[in-house]
Ligand binder design. Structure first.
Ligand code: AMP
Length: 463
């Protein structure tokens, strides 16, 4: 998961990156970091700390990040990958000058590359995929940073959006499949901003210019964008991740040609056509399913109500009583509105079902609050396969739909009925732009080769 931002050609580069990270907070809550380059002194500076952006980066930190070019990262916690040593930006010095790099996505040959680099004597400071990219750049025989970075990128497989500064030059690249988003905006005070989502441009008042295209490697200096190269592993069809539309991106973001809210509403409307339910009210599992639930309500005519309230102030690490029980985390996060639910047949719309643990606990909560029936509707198909391209998804064994039928899942969750959006229905909702999407988590159709698995290495789960 994770989010990335960069600014070039603006004296408030670090401050603007901070704003961008702020609006990408949903993409990661574990750590935040910014690295800047100051042309006046030829020095690079970096701050990276654990926690939410507002806790991790203070005004005094921004003051220590001078320069008109900066890159920034927000990290999502993944199993086994926690700790500040894995926070980004990565910052090193090599023969091209100070280099800083941020990365969103998962490389599918990260462990093979790491193994090869180890055998050549490389020393690693972290366990993240992204560090291998910096080593590949530093070890390249290319004469210029353009050539060195091109050579490094041509060795990567899988999903990546990277933002790299070498001195005061900013580089950006997106993998040939285009799994993860990366957009370019023009800042009102001059200079350019790049970010994972358009919501980061909006907060800085930047005007959307264009996407970094799949397989494109660009250089930005003095406000000018130049395409350095097209990556050699170009594929016939890009494969943007449909799960960004389903769950991950923010509803106000423009993604793959759609406003995320509109795409989710379309999923919800289609779900209502495919999977009607005998309900008195429609509620969402806030916040990620709000748009889909509104769509379901619009299509079905069943009124939308706020039956669950989400507590936005629950940190990722709170102290859990020892006898907390399975439902405790869900009770910390969601509260039922009894007057809305009592005596009602409730259609609950969620965006996706992953392990099923959240829904199971929510169903108990809704029944305790007086719901007479609970009909669960999912605005995406069954998630059956793990993601190796940058969405944090558990192993196959942990995915409830990997080996259970819809009826078995219904019984496990204890709902009166259960219905999923069909794969074709989902794709038809977002087919206007003629885009093909990565649907591997629903279908197991992994297009970018899973090199590590083929070579007998573990698959990486870092972003
Ligand atoms: P569960 O089925 O209990 O694992 O949780 C499903 C809920 O988690 C849904 O409400 C989704 O909004 C949310 N969700 C979906 N994918 C992810 C993910 N990769 N990481 C965290 N939460 C997710």
């Amino acid at each position: 998961m994770c989010g990335i931002v960069a600014v070039s050609g603006n004296s408030e580069a670090a401050q603007l990156c901070f704003l961008g990270l702020y609006s990408l907070q949903h993409r990661g809550q574990e750590a935040a970091g910014i690295a800047s380059f100051d042309r006046a002194t030829g020095q690079s500076h970096r701050v990276r700390k654990p926690g939410l952006v507002s806790d991790a980066i203070q005004a005094k930190d921004i003051a220590e990040l001078p320069g008109d070019v900066a890159v920034a990262h927000i990290r999502y916690s993944t199993a086994g990958g926690a700790g500040l040593k894995n926070a980004q930006p990565i910052r090193e010095s090599y023969r091209g000058g100070p280099i800083a790099l941020v990365h969103n996505g998962n490389l599918t040959n990260a462990n093979l590359l790491r193994d090869q680099l180890f055998n050549q004597g490389a020393l690693f400071q972290s366990t993240i995929d992204s560090e291998a990219i910096v080593h590949l750049i530093a070890r390249s025989r290319g004469a210029t940073p353009d050539e060195q970075i091109t050579e490094a990128l041509s060795q990567l497989e899988g999903a990546y959006c990277v933002l790299i500064t070498v001195g005061d030059t900013l580089y950006a690249a997106r993998d040939p499949y285009g799994y993860r988003p990366l957009v370019i905006g023009a800042l009102p005070g001059g200079g350019l901003m790049l970010a994972s989502e358009t919501c980061a441009l909006d907060i800085a008042g930047a005007r959307y210019v264009r996407d970094v295209e799949p397989g494109e490697f660009i250089r930005i200096r003095g406000g000018e964008i130049e395409t350095v190269s097209r990556l050699p592993q170009m594929v016939a069809e890009s494969q943007p991740c449909i799960f960004e539309l389903v769950y991950f991106a923010r509803p106000d973001t423009q993604l793959w040609g759609y406003t995320v809210d509109r795409a989710r509403r379309a999923f919800g409307r289609r779900l209502a056509q495919e999977q009607g339910a005998p309900g008195d009210i429609v509620i969402s599992v806030p916040d990620s399913a709000n748009s889909a639930a509104v769509g379901y309500s619009e299509q079905s005519g069943i009124p939308f109500e706020l039956g669950l309230i989400r507590n936005h102030y629950v940190g990722r690490t709170f102290i859990t009583p020892t006898q907390a029980g399975r439902d405790f985390k869900v009770r910390m996060k969601f509260s039922p509105v009894r007057e809305v639910l009592s005596g009602k047949r409730v259609v609950v719309v969620d965006d996706s079902l992953v392990r099923g643990t959240t829904s199971r606990a929510l169903v108990n909560m809704l029944r305790e609050a007086g719901a007479t029936q609970v009909h669960l509707r999912l605005a995406s198909p069954p998630v059956r396969w793990p993601c190796f391209y940058g969405i944090d998804m558990p192993t196959r064994e942990e995915l409830i739909a990997s080996d259970k039928t819809v009826e078995e899942i219904r019984a496990f969750l204890g709902v009166d009925s259960l219905g999923y959006l069909s794969p074709d229905g989902m794709l038809e909702c977002v087919a206007d732009e003629g885009e093909t999407y990565c649907t591997a988590c629903f279908t197991g159709d992994y297009r970018a080769p899973l090199v590590d698995a083929q070579q007998g290495f573990a698959m990486s789960s870092h972003c």
